[in-house]
Design a binder for this molecule. Structure first.
Ligand code: ATP
Ligand code: MG
Length: 296
């Protein structure tokens, strides 16, 4: 079963220097995974996902009823790592009212006319809700770091080390502000191998029902694989904090990724120790009076 110690393996320790090669992309290939065997891993992953999905239903209801906190889940990954599917599977039991999903693409001209956190601030979850960012402000230190030519030099100058450090600092301060104001922030990097990405792209090109998923631009970005891995390592190292930790999720097997994300989300929300709003003695009296009227 998934234990706190296992989850620890995937969490990026605050202040550590991330080397992504030390994090598995295929959990079945690790020592612990080999001992279990692929079949058992698949079966257990499905059980863990089902259990957590069920639990998330009531956990989310409690979050909504207590109306004191919110949850922000951030998903980042290379293309075809399975962000959409993971979000769909983990959240499928949750009341749509309690959940707010935003997918972030290239910023519009209006968005570029504001500070880089602006569009995300507008999309933060309300109290009592789970907000999901499918891509996020991290793109501004990932894809943009891989393509520094996209930075408006007239405004910002040539992006140097200081420029990126300030962005990390802005992000850390922003997340600290969220945490202080009652938002639980959990961040997931779905860690895919280059080989598995190739297989998934090929499947999109071969299987007619998947053609629509293929995007030529993704192939161009694949050419920058090493630069992306480096940008991820730098971002994860600089921004995994106790209050807003990063998790590096092995994503070569979709069922493993889904089970782990579900377990981490449910465990973290349960640890908030939320409670249903307390009913005061006066309210109890009014409820009893209303009941008496209805029963008459
Ligand atoms: P999928 O491909 O599964 O539909 P996706 O998240 O890759 O999901 P796309 O529409 O393919 O969605 O891609 C969105 C693109 O927008 C990504 O390539 C991402 O890097 C890019 N993007 C997001 N934020 C920024 C940003 N601030 N600056 C530049 N590009 C960005
Ligand atoms: Mg894409």
């Amino acid at each position: 079963m998934i234990t706190e110690a296992l989850i620890e393996q995937f969490r990026v320790k605050p202040g550590s220097n991330v080397n992504l090669k030390e994090f598995p992309t295929d959990w079945a290939g690790t020592e612990a995974g080999k001992q279990l065997g692929k079949e058992i891993i698949k079966q257990r992953s499905e059980e863990v996902l089902a259990r957590n999905r069920k639990e998330l239903e009531s956990t989310q209801e409690l979050l909504y009823a207590s109306n004191s906190h919110s949850v922000l889940l951030i998903f980042q990954a290379m293309d075809a790592a399975g962000k959409d599917g993971t979000i769909r599977h983990v959240m499928s039991g949750v009341d749509p009212h309690g959940c707010q999903l935003f997918s972030f693409k290239k910023p519009s001209l209006e968005e570029l006319d504001h500070n880089f956190l602006w569009r995300f601030m507008k999309s933060l979850p309300e109290r009592g809700r789970i907000g999901i960012f499918n891509r996020s402000y991290y793109e501004d230190v990932l894809v943009v770091k891989v393509h520094p030519e996209w930075i408006d030099e007239a405004q910002f100058g040539k992006p140097d080390r200081k420029f990126w450090e300030k962005r990390y600092e802005d992000i850390n301060n922003f997340e600290k502000h969220l945490a202080r104001n009652g938002t639980l922030v959990l961040k997931f990097f779905l860690h895919l191998s280059k080989d598995e990405q190739k297989k998934r792209f090929l499947a999109r090109l071969t299987d007619a029902s998947k053609h629509w998923k293929f995007n030529e631009g993704d192939l161009a970005e694949r050419e920058h694989w090493q630069d992306y891995q480096k940008a991820y390592e730098e971002a994860l190292s600089a921004t995994s904090t106790r209050k807003a930790p990063w998790h590096v999720i092995p994503a070569d097997r979709k069922y493993v990724a889904r089970a782990l994300v579900a377990e981490i989300v449910v465990t973290a929300i349960n640890a908030m120790k939320l409670e249903y709003p307390k009913v005061s003695p006066e309210q109890m009296e009014r409820l009893a009076a209303a009941k008496a009227i209805l029963e008459k």
